[in-house]
Design a protein around this ligand. Structure first.
Ligand code: URA
Length: 208
């Protein structure tokens, strides 16, 4: 499975700021959106272009536009919402498909409680967004759901990934590309990424 750890200086700097224990909700939220935009830039590098002609200020001019492929952004609730505006700042016309998954504490499986996919999702490139790729359970369940809905091209944007989550995703969906700001060391016994960011949802929503 292709994992793209984006080592751009702006990304490394901003992620470093997010790791501070004393970061405010405001700063964490802003940085999650900014990193969402920067990862989107990387994840869309290979979108095909087509030539077209437009009326320019001095007459006809040849320009390029993104060809064909429409995009749906898929935030996984709730933390994925924390990256959504950043992604949409670069792809403002993308449609948004929302997926809600919660862990069943008995089975430890990810269970779906909300699924609001855009019509014609099978013809769109899906960009899943979720700040933390920890065990991979939620991301795998989201990809399962998107594939059931007919999606053929799926990419995932995460701020931080654990090696365990990458391995799980690789086993389940080896063709899905992951774009991440960092591959961290490991998961701890509670399923948190070390060094990670702590609970990203709590930090984005101010519920810690
Ligand atoms: N979810 C988080 O918010 N943080 C982690 O480290 C793992 C899962």
């Amino acid at each position: 499975m292709p994992v793209h750890e984006i080592r751009h200086p702006l990304i490394r700097h901003k992620l470093g700021l997010m790791r501070r224990a004393d970061i405010s909700t405001k700063n964490f939220r802003e940085l999650a959106q900014e990193l969402g935009a920067l990862l989107t830039y990387e994840a869309t590098q290979d979108l095909p272009l087509e030539d077209c002609c437009i009326d320019g200020w001095c007459g006809e001019v040849a320009v390029e536009k993104i060809a064909g492929k429409k995009i749906t952004v898929v935030p996984i609730l709730r933390a994925g919402i924390g990256m959504l505006d950043g992604v949409l700042s670069l792809i403002p016309s993308a449609k948004v498909s929302v997926v809600g998954l919660a862990r069943n504490e008995q089975t430890l499986e990810a269970e779906r409680y909300l699924e609001k996919l855009v019509p014609g999702i099978d013809r769109r490139l899906a960009l899943i967004i979720d700040p933390m790729l920890a065990t991979g359970g939620t991301l795998i369940a989201t990809i399962d759901l998107l594939k059931q809905a007919g999606c053929r091209e799926i990419r995932a944007l995460v701020l931080v990934a654990a090696p365990e989550g990458i391995a799980a995703l690789n086993a389940a969906h080896p063709e899905v590309h992951i774009y991440t700001a960092a591959i961290d060391e490991r998961l701890n016994e509670h399923g948190y990424i070390i060094p990670g960011l702590g609970d990203a949802g709590d930090k984005i929503f101010g519920t810690r």
